[in-house]
Structures are given as C-alpha cells and as structure tokens.
Design a protein around this ligand. Structure first.
Ligand SMILES: [Zn+2]
Length: 119
C-alpha cells in the first residue's frame, strides 16, 4: 500500500499537497535512500544515517553532508571557496547557482575584503 505504478512512493499522499511538491518528494527520497560514493575510500557504500549524517560501511567513516545527499551543490561551492581562499569570485557563482538574491551576502564579502586591505 502507498505505492502506485504512475506516481511511485508519493502515491501514499493520494491527490494531496499538489503535484509539484510530490514530484520534488520523489526526487529527494531517491537521493535519501541511495547508496552514495564514499569521499574517503571511493566505494559506493555510503548510507544516510540521519539528516546530514552519513556512514560508510566499507571504511567505517562517519561524516557530515547535505540533509539528503552526501554533498549538495552549494556545499561543494563553499568547500571550494574555503580550500582556495577566494571568496568573492565564487560568491558570484554561488549566487547564480542558487538563483536567489545573493546581493546582501556579496556586499558583505566585498566590505570584508575592503576592510582586510585597509588593515
Ligand atoms: Zn568509505
């Protein structure tokens, strides 16, 4: 029960909540229940334990990630920014990726960079 041929596991909600939300739920639950590649050993053995918590059965590593997937698009960009210590260029790329109004954060980063140069 709760699963149909056409809408899959979202069938448990019947016609409730709207088709867009149910489609998003199917996409998210697929990511949530998939085995992922381990960033430490490379084996496809990483399982989600809780929201943002992942565990590799092969190498016994337990690590943090996105709520439903090992690494999100935004998380990947932030990790790159930290590793390369170049925040302004990637902040703009991040703004494009997330399609949100990122101008406030961008302005803060610019101000911080100006303050750093003054000191
Ligand atoms: Zn591993």
């Amino acid at each position: 029960m709760g699963s149909t041929k056409k809408v899959g596991r979202a069938g448990r909600y019947g016609s409730r909540y709207g088709v867009g939300i149910r489609k998003r739920l199917i996409a998210t639950e697929k990511k949530q229940n998939n085995l992922d590649d381990c960033p430490f050993c490379g084996f496809n053995t990483v399982k989600r334990e809780a929201a943002g918590l992942f565990y590799c059965k092969k190498c016994n590593n337990k690590f943090a990630g996105g709520a439903y997937e090992v690494q999100t698009l935004v998380g990947k960009t932030i990790a790159k920014m930290v590793a390369q210590k170049s925040f302004l260029a990637d902040a703009k790329a991040l703004a494009k990726e997330s399609e949100s109004s990122f101008s406030d954060i961008e302005r803060e980063v610019e101000e911080a960079l100006i303050n750093d140069k003054k000191e």
